[in-house]
Design a binder for this molecule. Structure first.
Ligand code: PEP
Ligand code: CO
Length: 437
């Protein structure tokens, strides 16, 4: 992977990060765990989404607010369709470290370390830029803190108040490219939701308070164990260690080896932990991971995030679900229809097709239904902005359009419209959000 060449600098920055206050609290982590118990039981859905890689430069108000807005809108579509609460979780405030398939990159005969994300080195292809820099541990922490501060302030000041949908405006739906049918469907859904909110208000305070107190949890891939361990600590009056960089770290597909450092580290913390499961994973892998990371077999602790690919999901997912259930292991299951559906265009651009993403998502939902293990939610790479990184969807982004606004330094994300459409597709699959529903 990556190595810090300057051990003294690493020690200094690590010590600094260790002395800084945590980004999240154990109370929030406990609340998330209890919500995940509901996800596991099929009483709640998890909506997890955000950039493939956040950058320090993009720690700006517009992209952050746009991300909250799209997650909030998608969550409303899912609440309406699923008739159950949704836990919203961003891939944000720390999604700065990226696993790479190759530790080095060669350009024009020059070989340098790959770009591992802004927490580790810089995207710029120069020896200085690509050298892992431990000062970025603290800079990443600071930017994660700024991001979280803004999110908390927006949420607290009513940005996400469900009584005021005009705050998170829906002007996208006036987009000329949107079909009249989809627009009508959304408008009907908003009207039904409005009725639902008023109805619940009429029923009594408690339910509406639950519904309108919107919360966002943070998550990121816990790739850089220096970063995670510097902020992992015992909390007064609690018995366990908490990783306080985020609410839910996850272990990536490339670092989930049972005897690897990441499983060893994350087995020691109280936070819920996500684990990506790719197409080569077996039920024995999943059971082994569950035993290692959750020896007490507690509910609300493990979230398996399957990313199997549109062509493999029907073949691989049933065995994973059945094997874990047969072993009596507790876990929530979430579908990531992004990471095994990558492709490269003839001109060398990394993209994903909306249809493949849709196909994996729908197939995963059907497999969960058929096997009888609750479909716990979705994990998307998305942005609230009008990027052109994935092809397809209602606005018909073509391969030729990709260069119009391709921003991601890493994997291609669903744009605003594609994300909302994806929420509708899932809504339809869940049997609601239909015309007349
Ligand atoms: C990611 O979520 O950005 C990622 C790299 O995923 P995976 O580990 O599933 O490949
Ligand atoms: Co990615």
């Amino acid at each position: 992977m990556f190595e810090y060449p300057d051990a003294a600098a690493l020690e200094r920055e690590f010590a600094k990060l260790r002395s800084l206050p945590p980004l999240v609290t154990s109370w929030e982590i406990e609340r998330l765990r209890s919500e995940l118990v509901g996800v596991e039981a099929g009483r709640r859905l998890l909506l997890q989404g955000g950039d493939c890689a956040e950058t320090l430069d993009d720690c700006r108000s517009e992209p952050i607010a746009a991300k909250l807005k799209i997650l909030l809108q998608m969550s409303l579509v899912l609440i309406h369709a699923g008739k159950k609460p949704v836990t919203r979780m961003g891939r944000f405030a720390g999604q700065y470290a990226k696993p790479r398939s190759s530790p080095t990159e060669t350009r024009g005969g020059v070989t340098l370390p790959s770009y591992f994300g802004d927490l580790i080195n810089r995207a710029e292809f120069s020896a200085a830029g690509r050298t892992p820099d431990p000062a970025l541990l603290v800079e990443g922490y600071q930017h994660a803190g700024l991001t979280l501060n803004f999110i908390r302030a927006l949420v607290d000041s009513g940005f996400a108040d469900l009584h005021h949908p005009e705050y998170w405006d829906l002007s996208f739906f006036r987009h000329a490219s949107l079909s009249a049918a989809t627009r009508a469907e959304y408008e009907r859904m908003v009207a039904t939701l409005g009725d639902g909110i008023r109805f619940m208000e009429a029923l009594g305070e408690r339910s509406i308070q639950d519904l309108s107190s919107v919360e966002f949890f943070a998550s990121h891939e816990g790739l850089n164990l220096y970063y995670e361990s510097a902020q992992t600590r015992l909390v007064p009056r609690r018995r366990d260690y908490y990783c306080l960089t985020t609410h839910m770290p996850w272990i990536g597909e490339r670092t989930r080896a049972l005897d690897g450092a990441h499983v060893e580290f994350f087995r020691g913390i109280r936070n819920p932990v996500g684990v990506k499961l790719g197409p080569s994973s077996t039920a024995a892998d999943a059971v082994g991971l569950s035993e290692a990371l959750n020896p007490g077999n507690e509910p609300g602790k493990i979230v398996f995030i399957t990313r199997l690919g549109a062509g493999k999901v029907r073949q691989v997912l049933p065995g994973l679900l059945e094997g874990v259930r047969a072993a009596g292991r507790k876990a929530a299951w979430v579908c990531d229809p992004m990471h095994a559906n990558g492709m490269t265009t003839a001109t060398g651009i990394k993209t994903r097709s909306f249809d493949a993403i849709k196909s994996e998502l729908e197939a995963a939902y059907e497999v969960h239904e058929a096997v009888g293990v609750p479909f716990g939610g979705v994990h998307f790479e998305l942005t609230g902005e009008d990027v052109t990184e994935c092809v397809g969807g209602g606005a018909g982004v073509t391969e030729a359009d990709l260069s119009t606004n391709y921003v991601s330094l890493c994997d291609p994300r669903l744009n605003y419209q594609q994300s909302l459409e994806m929420a509708f597709l899932l809504a339809r699959k869940m049997g609601a959000g239909r015309v007349g529903n």
